[in-house]
Design a protein around this ligand. Structure first.
Ligand SMILES: [Zn+2]
Ligand SMILES: [Zn+2]
Length: 156
């Protein structure tokens, strides 16, 4: 269901990565037991963070760029310099199976370093530098909602 060699997981749906659990626990993996009318998620935060994770795995570039900017603030992870034209890089490139992964496989690079890395990625058996994992709970959901609303308004 996840094609690691594709940039976008077009047909992926959220139930495939966060299925309803037979154990009666929250689908997000927090371990909380569902009660009463809770069908799949223990809290709205559980649902939201799973949704964001789903968007990342799906390859939604707007969501990924927004989260990357929250984490890296536009600073290149290679040379450390801020560049307003920063680019989102797959640490493990898609053509080597780095598609459909979480934010831990993304980093901010300036256009210059990105170009260099793309060249280096062509060298066989190169090892990869992994960036620290990002705590998704700190993501400003309110901003994302506003952001998606703006997109919808743009389309209309
Ligand atoms: Zn949960
Ligand atoms: Zn750089």
């Amino acid at each position: 269901m996840i094609n690691k060699f594709a940039r976008y997981q077009v047909s992926l749906n959220i139930d495939q990565i966060f299925p309803k659990l037979e154990s009666g626990l929250c689908s997000c993996g927090c371990g909380e037991k569902l009660t009463g009318r809770q069908k799949k998620w223990y809290s709205s935060n559980c649902k939201q963070k799973s949704l964001i994770e789903f968007y990342i795995i799906k390859g939604d570039s707007q969501v990924i760029r927004d989260l990357l900017f929250e984490r890296d603030m536009g600073f290149c992870r290679s040379c450390g310099v801020y560049d307003e034209k920063w680019e989102a890089d797959h640490i493990l490139p898609v053509y080597k199976g780095g598609g459909g992964l979480g934010l831990e496989n993304y980093q901010t690079l300036c256009p210059y370093c990105h170009k260099n890395k793309t060249k280096l990625d062509r060298i066989p058996n190169r090892s990869y530098i992994h960036t620290p994992s990002f705590d998704i709970i700190h993501f400003p959901f309110e901003r994302l909602r506003t952001f998606h609303k703006n997109i919808l308004e743009d389309i209309v």
